[in-house]
Design a protein around this ligand. Structure first.
Ligand code: MN
Ligand code: MN
Length: 364
């Protein structure tokens, strides 16, 4: 049994929960190393206190599951099967009654919840989100290596985007070039890339379109690459041609806030201290109302995971955590600037994994 599963099993024992039904593809990947995108089909990892775990997946994926290293039982089903009938049989062969289920309450949908509730003699459902989020908080060596590679690739993606900037090109032209170059490196994007020009960047999660890039604009690029199942997430805001003093002031403020938070990062410090440090710098510069989101988020198998770097999160940082630091200033109708790095908490402090320059890059 791998050590990740062992930790989940010892939690089941401590909490006296009969079984866990894990269904989010990210958590299934974390526990089994089998990456599956099941769409509407059923994917589930059933974990027991003392019985062999059972992986349930579409029949056509069984070979993939085996070749990713899963050597325990697999229940593959066809599109004409009712997978729940088959699963019920295999689960009841292990333990006749499941009186408590651990499930991902933030993920499990209602129809699957009802299957679990109605087919097994249950007493209650316990939320497994917390324990799984906790298990994934501190990355092991292999995970860090994959994230580092994803960061290397995303630095390259920004470089491609920067080289592509030219008058007359649209936001989507730049994105197409980035995606093509990343594909050629046998990798993929971890989320739909954002390239937002001028006032479009004032919406932190704006939708790129056919807006043409113009000289004198700040262009925000928020990009992520996935490598071996692990994600990177970077934002750089580049100047296309000369920009105004006001734009520079916004940029410098974000940069100062970002660098201060990075510098403060080390084991033992609380998540909220990083957010507050960056937020105070932006507030003191008079832009407080325009920094409309948290400072950052954990990064790994999911683009967003624990820890969450908010103004109020008391969580103490530990060696091996990986997260983003990404303050921003968004002035509606004017401009948006965000600078985002991925960082690893180390014994001595911090290692910044994304390397693309942060000093204002003026692209001519
Ligand atoms: Mn991002
Ligand atoms: Mn991010």
């Amino acid at each position: 049994m791998n050590s990740r599963l062992e930790k989940l099993i010892s939690w089941l024992k401590d909490q006296q929960i009969d079984a866990a039904f894990i269904s989010s593809p990210d958590n299934v990947f974390y526990l089994t190393r089998f990456r599956c995108e099941p769409h509407e089909r059923l994917l589930g990892l059933v974990v027991f206190q003392d019985n062999e775990p059972l992986l349930i997946c579409p029949g056509m994926e069984v070979d993939d599951a085996k070749s990713s290293g899963w050597d325990k039982e697999i229940l593959g089903y066809s599109d004409s099967d009712n997978p729940w009938n088959l699963a019920e049989e295999r689960i009841k062969a292990r333990i006749p009654k499941v009186q408590s289920w651990a499930v991902e309450k933030d993920h499990l949908n209602v129809s699957r919840y009802e299957e679990l509730a109605n087919r097994f003699e249950y007493t209650h459902f316990v939320n497994a989100d917390h324990i799984l989020n906790e298990l994934r908080l501190v990355k092991d060596e292999q995970e860090v290596a994959a994230i580092k590679k994803a960061c290397e690739l995303v630095d390259f993606a920004v470089e491609v985007g920067a080289n592509e900037l030219a008058e007359g090109k649209t936001e989507l032209d730049i994105i197409a070039a980035i995606e093509y170059e990343i594909k050629k490196k046998s990798a993929g994007m971890s989320f739909d890339p954002l390239v937002l020009a001028g006032a479009n960047a004032a919406s932190p999660h704006g939708i790129p379109g056919l807006t043409k890039i113009e000289r004198g604009q700040l262009v925000l690029m928020d990009l992520g690459v996935i490598y071996n199942g692990y994600c990177s997430d970077i934002t750089r805001t580049l100047a296309f041609g000369e920009i105004s003093n006001r734009q520079k002031e916004i940029y410098d403020t974000v940069l100062k806030a970002e660098e201060a938070a990075v510098k403060l990062t080390k084991p033992g410090i609380r998540a909220k201290e990083l957010d507050q440090t960056a937020r105070n710098i932006i507030r003191d510069a008079g832009f407080g109302e325009y920094f409309t989101h948290r400072l950052g988020h954990g990064l790994g198998i999911s683009v967003h995971e624990f820890p969450s770097l908010t103004e109020t999160n008391e969580m103490k940082l530990e060696t091996g955590m990986v997260f983003t630091i990404e303050p921003g200033i968004y002035i509606p109708g004017v401009a948006g600037v965000r600078i985002e790095d991925d960082v690893l908490v180390t014994e001595n402090g911090v290692e910044v994994l994304t390397q693309y320059p942060k000093t204002l890059q003026i692209i001519e």
